[in-house]
Design a protein around this ligand. Structure first.
Ligand SMILES: Cc1ncc(COP(=O)(O)O)c(C=O)c1O
Length: 362
């Protein structure tokens, strides 16, 4: 596989520009270190042991995972500390948590409401291991997390009843910032931290604050009020990060999808060999599933399973057989739809990495 050129690859294929990704990993780590903040990247975006290894080697303190399955898949990276940031409630997961805890120095789990905390306690008792508990606070996304100080105190009271559980911090996923214009981001980040800190102070002012989102990570460092950040998509990038929220340059986006123009059925329209089974159905607010990476006005504006519908001012420059690199609207599902990524340095293929936690939604 190595030392081939891009021209030898069939399409569609997900390309990972290794040097760009490594630069993005180092840059985030350096910014965290300069701010005295620990980095626990969320592996939901990359799902790859090879990427986790590089994040840990750069200095990441631990890894955040969505589910126990992602945590299990990341163990070969040598990770020592994992935070499973999801509402665990099923006692059937207890043996897996016990095994994970035995293979790690530290396993953190989430307490996301009083009802869930009761269920979590039953899981922890069944697992028979000590778990650090992160209190989830809703700071505007409207997903998991306590809505007010009373609910936070209720969660703390439940956690305090069980010797298996120890409250160890407050976290949030401020994903609503994906809708924030660059000029509005810092004020919204301040509001998120005000909210997170207010709920924390109602429980225990000594608990550390762990926000987590690639849009906010650097703004969070600038607040001087957080102890950990948990960005996920920052080392790859996508339209959401490079164009919509502009927190990274388009030239730093490290994953492209290489596709082929397979038909030109009418003026103004090209069809490519990648549709929803490659890009997923995710799109921007303007309805764009992917944009061409070379700066031309060419976008995937509709997807069927095996076809992408390509339009834009420059689409009539395309010929059947042309190959194009696209930046997806949202990178996470694109990685989860492929077994392997092809690792490249410019036009040279240098490796092929398995997406180890692909489909690990368990
Ligand atoms: C709980 C949690 N933490 C961290 C992240 C990482 O955020 P981002 O994808 O913006 O980097 C996510 C993303 O969905 C998340 O759900």
């Amino acid at each position: 596989m190595t030392n081939r050129t891009l021209a030898e690859l069939g399409t569609p294929v997900v390309l990972l520009e290794r040097a760009r990704m490594e630069r993005n990993i180092r840059a985030m780590q350096a910014d965290c270190a300069a701010a005295g903040v620990k980095l626990w990247p969320h592996i939901k975006t990359h799902k790859m042991v090879e990427v986790a290894r590089r994040q840990l080697a750069a200095g990441a303190e631990g890894l955040t995972c969505a589910k126990p399955g992602e945590a299990e898949a990341m163990l070969p990276s040598g990770v020592k500390r994992i935070f499973i940031a999801h509402s665990l409630v099923d006692v059937r997961v207890a043996p897996r948590l016990a095994t994970l805890a035995g293979q790690l120095e530290e396993l953190r789990v989430a307490a996301t409401s009083p009802a869930q905390a009761e269920a979590l306690a039953r899981v922890a008792v069944a697992a028979g291991v000590k778990l650090k508990v992160m209190l989830a606070v809703d700071t505007g996304l409207g997903r998991e997390g306590v809505r007010d100080a009373a609910a936070a105190r209720a969660v703390a009271e439940i956690v305090g009843r069980f010797p298996q559980l120890k409250l160890a911090g407050c976290y949030t996923h401020e994903g609503q910032l994906y809708g924030a214009e660059p000029a509005a981001q810092r004020a919204q980040v301040d509001a998120v931290i005000d909210r997170l800190a207010a709920v924390r102070d109602a429980v225990d002012p000594d608990l550390p604050l762990w926000p987590g989102c690639s849009v906010t990570a650097r703004h969070m460092l600038a607040t001087g009020r957080v102890q950990v950040v948990r960005p996920g998509a920052y080392m790859f990038g996508d339209i959401a990060l490079a164009v919509t929220t502009k927190v990274m340059p388009v030239a730093d986006v490290a994953v492209h999808v290489l596709v082929t123009v397979v038909d030109r059925p009418e003026p103004g329209l090209a069809l490519i060999d990648a549709g929803s089974k490659v890009f997923s159905s995710d799109k921007t607010a303007q309805g764009v599933h992917a944009m061409v990476a070379d700066g031309r006005d060419i976008q995937v504006v509709r997807v069927n399973e095996e076809h992408g519908f390509v339009r834009g001012a420059d689409v009539d420059t395309l010929r059947v057989g042309d190959r194009l690199r696209f930046i997806p609207a949202h990178i996470c599902p694109v990685i989860n739809l492929t077994d392997f990524v092809t690792v490249v340095e410019g036009d040279t293929v240098v490796d092929r990495w398995r997406v180890d936690a692909r489909g690990r939604v368990d």
